[in-house]
Write a protein of this length. Structure first.
Length: 367
């Protein structure tokens, strides 16, 4: 049997113009080497960028802001406020939501010194004294002039918007919009209100009625009970029922119709202007005592009163600004404003009325 041999076949030399190598040209070889070197450089550069971004993100401070649900909703001011402040603060803003304003304070009380919050945004004047008594907040040390209907003197709580509570109706469905609490109680209109133990509008309503009726508030609640078809934990749930047509009216704000006019070109929603007057609500922010980001937290509160932030709030939170914004407010915000009789309750008085007002509400609605 003939012996078999394997003889490798040498490749044909390829002319390169500068020399000859087996299987490829020197130019091609150099190109491959160049591409390989570039890939290494790109890989190193990418790695450095990643490493730098990790270090950068670790250097950025976190600011944890507690607020109510609607503030940080897709349509609320939260996302725009977050983006705008992060552009100037070299920090990461993290919103944590907790139902309505009253639920915010309850959450902070429950967490105590273990809270992760640096700032809270969304308490209001009717909760101020209770918030102060909790000992959870520290002075903001800010000196900012505000454009409010009342003089503001408080070194711990900083306002960022304000408005008037009101019942809102659809004028196409409700032909006779009530002009007073008395007319509302005597009507057959069905309304949704909020729980004063978990909602700032709900607390506002019981204090509003307590302020107007005093010792006769129990009698009025007994008259109004037939109109109240549901009590929701917060504002969003109640307003949703109104929009869905489940109720004739809802406890909200005089500025609520502005949303429908500006955002939806819907002129059917109106705020009932009561001859007894309307309770003023001022929403505030504050720094948590245990926060390790006191300066950043103070910067955030100051930013909330800036022209940029005040331009965001009216058409996202649908409340009046506390300082003149950089933009002109839509005309819808002036609807009925000059005809409103302001009702304001000092935070100390609100705190003393709160317990009685809630007890009367609970007792009379159950009858």
């Amino acid at each position: 049997m003939a012996e078999m041999f394997y003889r490798p076949v040498e490749p044909e030399p390829v002319s390169t113009g500068v020399g000859k190598v087996f299987g490829t040209s020197l130019d091609a070889y150099l190109n491959i080497k160049k591409e390989f070197s570039m890939k290494i450089i790109i890989s190193i550069f990418t790695g450095l960028l990643f490493f730098t971004s990790v270090l950068y993100s670790e250097d950025r401070q976190d600011l944890v802001v507690y607020t109510y649900d609607s503030f940080n909703s897709d349509w609320g001011p939260g996302p725009k406020i977050e983006k705008a402040f992060e552009n100037i603060c070299d920090c990461d803003v993290r919103f944590v939501t907790a139902g309505d304003g009253a639920a915010l304070l309850a959450k902070l009380r429950l967490e105590g010194n273990k809270t992760k919050a640096d700032v809270v945004v969304g308490l209001d004047t009717n909760l101020l004294q209770s918030a102060k008594d909790s000992g959870l907040f520290s002075p903001h040390k800010l000196n900012i002039d505000l454009d409010l209907p009342i003089a503001w003197k408080d070194d711990t709580f900083m306002p960022f918007d304000w408005g008037y509570f009101s019942f809102v109706f659809d004028k196409n469905k409700t032909k006779n919009i009530p002009k007073s609490f008395e007319e509302l109680a005597k009507s057959d209109l069905k309304i949704a209100i909020q729980d004063p133990r978990s909602s700032t509008p709900g607390l506002g309503l019981v204090l509003w009625i307590e302020k107007i009726y005093g010792a006769e508030s129990n009698t009025f609640w007994r008259q109004l009970a037939d109109n109240v078809v549901t009590v929701t934990p917060g504002w969003s749930e109640a307003y949703g029922l109104f929009i869905e047509g489940e109720v004739d009216g809802v406890l909200s704000y005089t500025t609520s119709p502005a949303y429908h006019i500006v955002a939806e070109n819907d002129y059917t929603k109106v705020a009932a202007i009561f001859e007894e007057g309307h309770l003023m609500q001022i929403e505030v922010g504050a720094i948590l005592e245990k926060s390790e980001q006191n300066q950043l937290a103070a910067d955030f509160l100051a930013f909330m009163t800036s022209g940029e932030a005040q331009s965001i709030i009216p058409t996202t939170n649908w409340m009046y600004p506390v300082k003149q914004p950089d933009i002109k407010l839509p005309a819808a915000f002036n609807e009925g404003l000059n005809t409103i009789k302001p009702v304001y309750i000092d935070p100390n008085i609100a705190s003393s009325l709160k317990g009685t007002a809630i007890e009367v509400w609970k007792r009379e609605l159950r009858k």
